[in-house]
Design a protein. Structure first.
Length: 97
């Protein structure tokens, strides 16, 4: 599945069996930042920190995002949020194969 196919999945029930990292990214793609954030907060590892960082960067809270990128052992990217969404989602989709 490509990130575009994943993004266009139409209902939460179609992602119900996916890991939480992908659920968070799906909710973000659907415009539900709060639900994505709630899920990310429950992922207590570097994956969750990466999603959390991206979400706070998207929110415009660079200080908080910087903290979470550090917890994820990643640098805050200088490219746009759409590209980062695709990078994160592709990473998790490949892992789920």
């Amino acid at each position: 599945m490509t990130p575009e196919e994943f993004k266009s999945t139409s209902t939460p029930s179609s992602i119900s069996s996916m890991p939480n990292n992908l659920k968070a990214m799906w909710y973000d793609a659907q415009g539900n930042w709060n639900k994505a954030h709630d899920i990310a907060q429950e992922i207590h590892n570097e994956d969750g920190a990466w999603i959390h960082a991206y979400l706070h960067r998207k929110e415009g809270d660079e200080g908080n995002a910087s903290y979470w990128y550090s917890r994820a052992k990643r640098k805050m990217p200088s490219y746009d949020l759409g590209q980062e969404w695709e990078e994160i989602t592709s990473f998790f989709l490949k892992r789920a194969e």
